[in-house]
Ligand binder design. Structure first.
Ligand code: ATP
Length: 240
């Protein structure tokens, strides 16, 4: 994987999406600071200079977008397992967040771009809080987590460990899809057995007991009457 580090950019995902058509091999773009970080559905990801790890990895898949279902969850598994090996215990919130002590530590945003010829580029964006200044937390408007301990670790070493974990996961994902990650995701599930709500732009779509994910990455919810499976789309999950 080729690696580029820039001191500052708007959004590493936006940069790689713009360059995807001209990429010949996987590329990791690390920004020391992002000024217009993105979340899902037009939301933003905020970070302070030097206080977070923000990067995107462009990876080419030979098959179409359906084959990518569950990829954000598999990315979560790879990041969580790598952080676990570094001594930071995190849990996964469906579909695309890493939590530490119950609050959001990292977010994952996957976007796709057409490749010339067959296949598709997946741009996997990650924002991970290292240090969270009070002022920034106020701006975000909810409690969030950070790992100052990781901020003291060599930045290149931390990035290399995360990249190794992601590359190993991606090679496996290419062969098996999400199916071989479901059990690992469920072991890391933050809300297993908890009552949660699924929201679509603030409106409650479903409420039930979270029972993990299936082989395609859909969240299983026991509503009392039946078990339903929810695809990620743009919905949000909240603890009740
Ligand atoms: P939600 O958490 O509302 O269900 P989501 O998990 O899909 O949505 P994303 O769209 O992935 O969230 O990320 C954007 C959201 O993350 C923002 O709306 C904001 O609440 C939160 N956020 C922004 N910056 C940070 C940060 N540095 N650390 C933790 N959370 C952040």
């Amino acid at each position: 994987v080729q690696v580029e580090v820039v001191p500052q950019t708007g959004s590493t995902n936006a940069d790689l999406l713009a360059r995807a058509g001209a990429l010949a091999q996987p590329l990791l773009l690390v920004a020391e600071h992002q000024t217009a970080g993105r979340g899902r559905a037009g939301r933003s990801w905020l970070s302070a200079p030097g206080h977070s790890l923000t990067f995107s990895l462009a990876w080419k898949f030979e098959s179409g977008p359906q084959a990518l279902s569950g990829l954000p969850l598999a990315v979560g598994v790879a990041l969580a397992e790598t952080l676990g090996r570094l001594g930071v215990q995190v849990q996964l919130k469906w579909p695309n967040d890493l939590l530490k002590d119950g609050d959001k530590l990292a977010g994952i945003l996957i976007e796709t771009a057409a490749a010339p010829g067959p296949g598709i580029w997946a741009v996997i964006g990650v924002g991970l809080n290292l240090v969270m200044p009070d002022e920034l937390e106020r701006e975000i408007g909810r409690a969030v987590s950070a790992v100052p301990w990781l901020a003291r670790m060599d930045r290149d070493e931390l990035m290399a460990a995360l990249l190794d974990g992601l590359a190993a996961m991606l090679r496996q994902f290419e062969r098996t899809g999400f199916a071989t990650f479901a059990a690992r995701w469920n072991l890391l599930h933050a809300y297993q057995g908890d009552t949660v709500r699924i929201l679509d732009r603030g409106a409650v779509l479903h409420e039930g007991v979270a029972a993990g994910v299936d082989d395609t990455g859909r969240l299983l919810l026991d509503t009392g009457e039946r078990r339903i499976a929810i695809a990620a789309g743009d919905v949000s999950l909240r603890l009740k």
